[in-house]
Every structure is written in structure tokens, then in C-alpha cells.
Ligand binder design. Structure first.
Ligand SMILES: Cc1ncc(COP(=O)(O)O)c(C=O)c1O
Length: 377
């Protein structure tokens, strides 16, 4: 890539799109069928393709990941108004879904190693009102699923994984989609796999499949009767067609991201003062994000690096800062500094650098030069 090209602005992410002619061929039959939504042919095909790819007996599609998460909370028939133990080190959606469905989020701390919910912090927060645990496979790092599910089993709690970041991730060959009672994947435009907007739930329970189908279609059952006050969460045929096309290229997508991730590691791996994401040997990762945690215990270095990058039209993201528990709508009830000190500390020091399939080595070099010069000064 020429120097000129590499001096363009670099966004934190860039959506991957299958070749245009492939998408056009996929959607062309819709002009004949005029079946644009409500479980059309593309919807049914994508569900089947995802069941196979994600190794799950059910993959239920939604308009977006957040709607899927809210729907899962409703369809699991959890006792109303209960407490759900979750992480504050996540995107707004996780905490908002809990609150919007009438549950109370109870924040537990994360592990300093991979930033996922720390199983050792869960049990002390369980009360007679606890109904579920909602961990997040943050940045595509898989939670300690064995430990979390053992606690859930002991206390008869449901486990709903926010797997928005974990599409395609496997541990010892086992897909992220197979853990807990339900897992939610986001197919948002910026994710490793996208359907423009979209989301999906994976699970094993056949009855849950029926309830979810009804929920996302106004509570209308297969016999046409309206059996409860459901919502509308149906993925349309154009989004499903995008998913079908993008899924054909998923291995290439992840391989390109892996290359970019490894180039970052080559450049920053030996830099004192930064901690990079570690990928366990038994995990097939999706390289969704490149978070860097600066050693400086204040947020100064992180903020300086972000500002120095922005001055060169390079847009990194303080992801996740602030913690969701520090949002104005939650902070009155909670002190992150005292109650989840590790999450508080990581949120102060983390910066997620640009990462997407088409990010060139030259652009990564440009980004790393700024990071290295800030950290060394
Ligand atoms: C951790 C996490 N949870 C939930 C969501 C919500 O997904 P969507 O944007 O598809 O509604 C996102 C999306 O960005 C996310 O990053």
C-alpha cells in the first residue's frame, strides 16, 4: 500500500461485505417472490447455515442483538423482578436489557487476565432474589463457563451469555454457542459476522424455540392464535441474504483479522507498559478486537495515546469506558471503585485499537508508531 493510501483516516472498525454480485444474486429472487420478511426463504436458510456453523440445534434470528437479549430474558420465564448477576465491563446493551425487562442488575467484578466475569465473585452476590447470571464473552474471550455453570446449577439459576463478541470462537473445538441456557450473538455491521443489523440466540431447548418464534411475531402462534403480548423482532430477507453471503466468507474474514492481530502483536508485544489480549492455546479466536491496557494506573497514558492517534485521524475507542454501572442511570446505586475495583481499573486504562479484515500492515505500523512513541515518552 502506498504512503498516500496509508495516510487516510483510520476508523476503529470497517464493515466487511461479501462481493456485490454475490449479494445481488442472493436478493434477486425476492423481486419474484415478493416475500420480504416473516420467515422467508433467506431467513430459513440463514438459520440452518448458522445452526451448522455455530454447532447449535437452534439459531433464532432477530432484528438486532439487543432485541434478542431482551427476548431471551422474557422467554426464559424467569421470576419477575429478580436479580441478575452480570459484569459492568460491557456495552450498554447487556445492562439495559436486564433493566428494561424489569430485573435488577447486580454487578460482579471481572478477572484481570481476560476481563470476563470472575466466577469467584459470583457466589457472594447470590441472594434469594437471584434468578440468573449474565456473563459476557468480552472481546471474544470465553468466560470460565465450567465454573459459572457449576455455580448456576448449584443455585438453580439460568445462564444467559452475552456472546455478542464471540461469533466463531471455539474452545477445544466446542463453539461459544453451546454454553449456558441461551447465548446471544450480535450481527451488527461492525461485528466479525454481520447481517447489517441483526442478532441471534442459540440454545438447545425446543420449547424455547417455539416461544421465541411467537415472541418475535407479536405472540402469534403457528395456528394463528395470539397467545401473549409479544413484540416484533423478525429479521427481514435482505438482512438474512447479507448474512448468507457473509457467512460464506467467514473463514477468510477471521484469517485476515488474525493476520492484523498478529501484526499488532509483532509490533507491540515487547513494548513495556502495555498488556495485550492473550489467547489461550486451546481457543480458536475470532480476533474481533485489539484492546490494549496501559500499565499507568491513572488514565493519563490511555488518554494521551487516544488523543495522539486522533490528531492523526486514527480513531481508537475507549471500549469499555465508562463501565455501565457508572452510567448516570445506574451510578446512584453503585460504586464501581469500591465494588468492582478490577473492572474500574481496567476501564480507566483500556484502549481498543482499530481492527478489521482490510486493515493493512502499513496502517497498523502507523498506529503502532504513535502508540510506541507515546508510551516511551
Ligand atoms: C457486548 C455487547 N452486547 C450487546 C450488543 C448489542 O448488539 P446489537 O448492536 O446487535 O443490538 C453489543 C453490540 O454492539 C455488544 O457489544
Amino acid at each position: 500500500m502506498s504512503d498516500n493510501t496509508s495516510l487516510r483516516p483510520i476508523a476503529v472498525t470497517r464493515s466487511s461485505m461479501a462481493p456485490l454480485d454475490e449479494y445481488v444474486a442472493e436478493i434477486a429472487p425476492l423481486w419474484e417472490s415478493r416475500w420480504l420478511t416473516n420467515r422467508g426463504e433467506k431467513h430459513r436458510q440463514l438459520e440452518a447455515d448458522l445452526q451448522a456453523y455455530l454447532q447449535s440445534p437452534h439459531a433464532s434470528l432477530f432484528t438486532n442483538g439487543h432485541a434478542a437479549l431482551e427476548c431471551a430474558l422474557e422467554a426464559l420465564n424467569l421470576p419477575a423482578g429478580g436479580e441478575i448477576i452480570t459484569t459492568p465491563f460491557t456495552f450498554a446493551s447487556t445492562t439495559h436489557a436486564i433493566t428494561r425487562k424489569g430485573f435488577t442488575p447486580v454487578f460482579a467484578d471481572i478477572k484481570p487476565t481476560d476481563y470476563t466475569l470472575d466466577p469467584e465473585k459470583i457466589e457472594e452476590l447470590i441472594t434469594p432474589n437471584t434468578v440468573a447470571i449474565m456473563p459476557v464473552h468480552v472481546y471474544g474471550s470465553l468466560c470460565d463457563t465450567d465454573a459459572i455453570e457449576a455455580i448456576a446449577k448449584k443455585h438453580n439459576l439460568k445462564v444467559i451469555y452475552d456472546a455478542a463478541h464471540a461469533f466463531g470462537v471455539k474452545r477445544q473445538g466446542v463453539s461459544a454457542a453451546t454454553f449456558g441456557d441461551v447465548s446471544m450473538f450480535s450481527f451488527h455491521a461492525t461485528k466479525v459476522f454481520n447481517t447489517i443489523e441483526g442478532g441471534g440466540l442459540t440454545f438447545t431447548d425446543d420449547e424455547l424455540a417455539t416461544r421465541l418464534d411467537e415472541w418475535k411475531n407479536f405472540g402469534i402462534a403457528s395456528d394463528g392464535q395470539t397467545v401473549f403480548a409479544g413484540g416484533n423482532g423478525k429479521m427481514n430477507e435482505f438482512c438474512a441474504a447479507m448474512g448468507i453471503c457473509n457467512l460464506r466468507h467467514i473463514e477468510e474474514e477471521i484469517a485476515k483479522r488474525k493476520h492484523a492481530f498478529e501484526h499488532y502483536v509483532e509490533r507491540l508485544g515487547n513494548l513495556d507498559g502495555v498488556k495485550l489480549l492473550e489467547i489461550p492455546d486451546d481457543v480458536e479466536h475470532n480476533y474481533a478486537y485489539f484492546p490494549v491496557v496501559f500499565e499507568d494506573a491513572s488514565h493519563t497514558t490511555r488518554d494521551e495515546v487516544a488523543a495522539a492517534l486522533a490528531a492523526q485521524d486514527i480513531f481508537a475507542r475507549k471500549y469499555f469506558y465508562p463501565l455501565t454501572s457508572d452510567f448516570a442511570c445506574y451510578s446512584a446505586d453503585f460504586s464501581a471503585q469500591e465494588e468492582t475495583p478490577i473492572a474500574h481499573d481496567i476501564a480507566e486504562r483500556v484502549l481498543t485499537l482499530p481492527l478489521y479484515a482490510e486493515l493493512s500492515d502499513a496502517d497498523i505500523d502507523r498506529i503502532c508508531n504513535v502508540v510506541i512513541s507515546c508510551v516511551n515518552n
